[in-house]
Design a protein around this ligand. Structure first.
Ligand code: HEM
Length: 81
């Protein structure tokens, strides 16, 4: 799915494949609700984009505090060794 024709698929096309299946691949509509299916589509598009988070990702600003806490935790990890 990261190469070939699926790279050119729109988000709606991938959503349709998840919902209705495609040839030998069955439908996942009974296992994934609509929101979950869109999240899978977003994940695929994100991976096809080289793993870069989309510009509109709401969690993007949270990366800065996370980096701070990782830095703060570093001395404790060093002391454990
Ligand atoms: C939610 C997870 C999944 C997504 C988003 C997904 C998506 C897709 C997409 C976009 C295609 C291309 C359809 C086309 O060629 O137009 C495809 C094909 C296919 N998928 Fe999945 N898939 C998923 C899970 C699975 C699983 C779990 C299996 C195996 C049990 C599977 C088996 C296949 C097969 C065999 C094809 C080729 C169908 C054919 O060309 O006849 N897929 N899938």
């Amino acid at each position: 799915m990261l190469t070939g024709k699926v790279m050119g698929y729109s988000e709606g096309r991938i959503f349709h494949v998840i919902t209705y299946g495609f040839n030998v691949m069955g439908s996942y509509a009974s296992q994934l609700d609509i929101e979950q299916r869109w999240k899978v589509v977003g994940y695929i598009k994100n991976m096809q984009n080289g793993g870069k988070a989309p510009a509109a990702a709401p969690e993007a600003p949270a990366a800065a505090p996370a980096a701070d806490s990782a830095t703060a935790a570093a001395p404790a990890v060093a002391a454990a060794h």
